[in-house]
Ligand binder design. Structure first.
Ligand SMILES: [Zn+2]
Length: 104
């Protein structure tokens, strides 16, 4: 089961602001923090990399950060030049090119 990395929007969150969760690929992304109920963002990429802060840090470290904008639509705030900035779950061509990030 893959490990997903989440970032909680609450600076005083008991999780310390970031946590990981084992989820099935079929499960929906968590939208609320299990500890404090604040909105969370799921970060796709290798877990347990030292906590990068800004979106450009995330991109440089090979993360793809997706922010949910609508039902099934995510903005890839770390989009690379050739990637679509919006990932619509109904349009496979807009999916971030994760294989490029995770290689090596
Ligand atoms: Zn929280």
């Amino acid at each position: 089961m893959p490990t997903y990395h989440y970032e909680c929007s609450n600076p005083d969150c008991p999780t310390g602001g970031q946590f990981t969760l084992h989820q099935s690929m079929k499960d929906d992304a968590l939208t609320k923090c299990p500890e404090c109920g604040s909105p969370v963002e799921r970060i796709i990429g290798p877990a347990y990399v030292s906590s990068p802060k800004s979106d450009s840090d995330l991109r440089d470290k090979g993360f793809a950060k997706l922010v949910r904008r609508d039902k099934g639509v995510y903005e890839n705030v770390t989009a690379l030049d050739h990637e679509s900035r919006y990932w619509d779950a109904n349009k496979p061509g807009t999916m971030p090119d994760l294989s490029k990030r995770i290689s090596d």
